[in-house]
Design a protein around this ligand. Sequence first.
Ligand SMILES: [Zn+2]
Ligand SMILES: [Zn+2]
Length: 333
Amino acid sequence: MDTEKTQSILQLLSTPGKPSPNPRPLSSFSHSHKISKPKHKYQSHPTISYFRSISSRRVHTPEPELPCESPQTFQPYNRTQLLSRIQSFNSNGGIGPLGFKIPLTPLDISRNGWSCIHRNQIRCVSCHTVFHLKFPDLESFSKSMNFGGDEIDEEYYEAVIQGLCEKYKLELIESHGKNCPWRKIQTPKNCYDLNVDAKYLDNYKIQVREIHDVNIKTKYIEDEDILIKWCDENDVKYDNIDILKLVLLGWKPIQLPNGLLLSCGSCGRRFITTDEEIDLIDQHNDWCCFNTSYPKVLEFMKSLFKKETTDGYESEDDIKTLQRLDKLRKIIF
Ligand SMILES: [Zn+2]
Ligand SMILES: [Zn+2]
């Protein structure tokens, strides 16, 4: 994305009613843009007025009379509560223009104490402030930006949406009630990441043993042989290798009448499987912790492998036993 262009749009959005100090004609943003109308007409266009009104409008509804439920709901280091807030985006409609990926994720918003209550509406779990996020859809935006037949391209729309997201990111902190504790502390990013240790592997074993009758076809994962070897060394019984990969990548299978549902408890992604090969990595949201954590799990498993000697014997104990037996053989025979 052209940084200058985004900056100009942000400037426009942040100065309601005033022209930017160094206005550039939109046609100079990029050679692909075809808008080149005089500035005065552009400034008074209904769409520009619309965005200015978004910028100046009060988009959140504080409810200062309500007490903050801080002790129960303000637990910024509680991963389970963070995941519950993330899941609310999946259950209640999510955010952004429909069918359009935006640079403001449920993780970004949930880390600031917000849960999703309806599409493009979030509410603070502690101060109960409701925040409406407004996004124009591409079709109506294109229509309203059509200055007498000139076309608008998608890149410009993306820049506007990106500008709105940048604005909303700042407002995620400022929009809390005056005394809300989420104004001061947000859930740290590392609280969302998986803690890969011995306890994590114990839990991995339990989950693998609990899954039966799941037959799916999954795409090859680099170093998946490490997974198989670790399970063999640790006596983990499993129905098939696809189950090992399913648990490694954080997917929980649920058998429904219309097929097998796979859901991720960390990013909220869920889908019904088909006969086609499944890419267990690609199916997560790109910000999901499993995308970055599963190689760490494999690395940790590898570090725990029993050491093999050059003779092919597995442990030092094996070698010592063999040496003792060899000595005994020489004495007796
Ligand atoms: Zn709040
Ligand atoms: Zn996920």
